[in-house]
Ligand binder design. Sequence first.
Ligand SMILES: [Zn+2]
Length: 337
Amino acid sequence: MRGKGFQFMRLKSILFGGAFATCLVAAPAIAEDCPGNPDAMGVSRTIVIDPKETPTLGGHQYNSRLPLEPKEFILTFDDGPVKKQTPEVLDFLKKECAKATFFLIGVNAQENPDLVRRIAEEGHTIGTHTQTHAYLSRIPIEKAEKQINDGFRSAQTALDPIGKKVSPFFRYPGLMYTPETEAYLREHGIATVGIDVLASDWFGRLQHNPEGILQRAVSRLEERGSGILLLHDVKKVTVGLLPELFRRLKEHGFKLVHMVPKDGALPDIPPPTAEEIAAKENAEKQKLAGAGERHVRHVARLHRTIHARQREHARRHYTHRVGRYKSSSYNDFIYDN
Ligand SMILES: [Zn+2]
C-alpha cells in the first residue's frame, strides 16, 4: 500500500516539479485488499509531510490545516506505548488495515521498546511527545529542549535494532508551547503536529461513558469536515470504543489518511552531551543503590515473616506434644525471646 503511495507521489512530484511535496494523493482505498475483512477501513491515501515546508499543522492550535479532502481524517494516538492497551490498539488497526501516527512518551518507549518496534514494523508512523509528558510552556527553555531531545532519543534507541527511524513529528503535551520551543523544533527539522478534532477521551468524567466520546469524535469531525483526530492508546475506554468509532466513521463516509514524513526527513537531534551522559549514569547508579536498599529491607521483612511462622509452628507442635506439662509462661519464655 505504502509502495503504491510513494510511486504515485514520485509521479506527481515529477509532474508538478515538487510544488505539491507536502500533500499528495496516493493509492485508492485498499479496504478490498485487507485479508479477511472486506469492510476494513484501510488507508485511502498517504499524505507526505516535509517539516521544512510544513513546520506546524493542526487547526486547533495553529491556523494551519493539512490539505485534506472533505471526509478525510488522520488518526493519532498520544502517550503510549503501554503494555496493556497499545497491543490491543495495534491488533485492532491491523484487523482494519488502518495506519495511525503514535506520539510516544520517551519513558514509555524506554520501558516498552518491543512495542515501539512493533508500531514501526506494522507500518505506523512514530512521532514523539516529550520524555516525561512535561508541559513545555511551564519550564525553562533548556529543560524544554532536553525534554524534546530525550523523547526523540528514547524512541530512536528502541528503533535502532530494526534499522527504523523516528519521524520528525512532535506533539506538545497539553498543546502547551512557547515561541522558543517553536523555534527550537523548526531549527531542528521537526514538524509540530497539532490537532483538528478532539474526542476528549482523556476527560475523567468520560472514562465510563464511551458513547460521550464517540459522539464527540464523530460530530466534531462532521462539523469540521475533515482533520487530525486525537485519541489516547493508554486509555482503556478508547481501546474499547475503537470498533464502534470505525463503524460510525465508515457509515458517515469518512476515509482514513496516513501521514508519513518526506523520504529522508529526520529530526536533527544532537547526541547527548558529556554532562547529560554523566547525569544519566549517576541517576542509574542512584536507582540501583535505591533498589539495593529496598532489597535489603525486603529480605529483612521476609526473614521476620519466616521466623514468625517457624515460631508459630514450633509453638503449636510443642503445645500439642508436651503442652500439658508446661505452663504458658514457660512457652512464652521459649518462643518469644
Ligand atoms: Zn499527552
